[in-house]
Design a protein around this ligand. Structure first.
Ligand code: ATP
Ligand code: MG
Length: 206
């Protein structure tokens, strides 16, 4: 640095010094993160974007030629854009396994039966290393409502094939699931169009 430098030169100089330092930190962090393993992700919270985040990862994985399995535990509708699109992909297996929300069925016994049937299908995927990514959409509710045995679910998740990635979505993820996960995102609800009277829109909500 010399006194003859203009204010602009000085700014550029300090920017470069700062960026060099930042790059060194980032490179060191990248070098430290050198483990390869299947990741368990939990996308929870009250805001919009949990399932769509999971489906975004489905697109990524398929783009890499990976094999993907999706289980939808609560939803019973098979007319969503995501189902139409992803089910047509040869490397993607998509199961709609729910029979509606608890307040629709209003029947705890049948909810438990549906949950157990669905869990059997998920378990097959979680025991099969040919699936590179498994999305368990809205599984959280089956744990928070006690429809499935928590220990069975957590054990199956932790004993899955080493390189298999799993995404669990849904509100109110139980503490034990958050603990087991490698990545947990809590999506905050700041505003939602539905609350100002706008109905679910194709391409956005379904
Ligand atoms: P999405 O599938 O759009 O990513 P999500 O998985 O985060 O939503 P769900 O609870 O599964 O959230 O919501 C399913 C439906 O409810 C979607 O149509 C979504 O737009 C809507 N929804 C999500 N969050 C909210 C909210 N905070 N208020 C009202 N409706 C919501
Ligand atoms: Mg969802």
């Amino acid at each position: 640095m010399t006194n003859s430098m203009s204010a602009e030169d000085r700014k550029n100089h300090y920017h470069k010094v700062r960026m060099e330092r930042k790059k060194a930190q980032i490179d060191a962090a990248i070098a430290r993160a050198d483990t390869e393993k299947g990741i368990l992700l939990v996308i929870t919270g009250n805001g919009k974007g949990k399932s769509t985040s999971g489906f975004g990862m489905v697109a990524r994985a398929l783009g890499h030629g990976m094999k993907v399995g999706v289980c939808q535990f609560i939803k019973s509708r098979t007319d969503t854009g995501e189902e139409a699109f992803f089910n047509a992909q040869p490397n993607c297996e998509w199961h709609v396994l729910g029979d509606g929300f608890t307040w629709d069925t209003q029947n705890r016994t049948s909810d438990i039966e549906t949950s157990e049937r669905a869990w059997q299908i998920a378990t097959k995927m979680l025991q099969d290393p040919s699936y590179d990514l498994v999305v368990l959409d809205e599984l959280t509710y089956l744990l928070s409502y006690d429809y499935l045995d928590k220990d069975v679910v957590l054990n199956t998740l932790s004993e899955r094939p080493e390189m298999q990635h799993v995404v669990v979505t849904g509100r109110s993820a139980i503490a034990e699931l958050r603990e087991l996960a490698d990545t947990v995102s809590e999506i905050k609800d700041e505003k939602h169009a539905y609350k100002s009277g706008i109905k679910a829109q194709k391409g956005v909500d379904l």
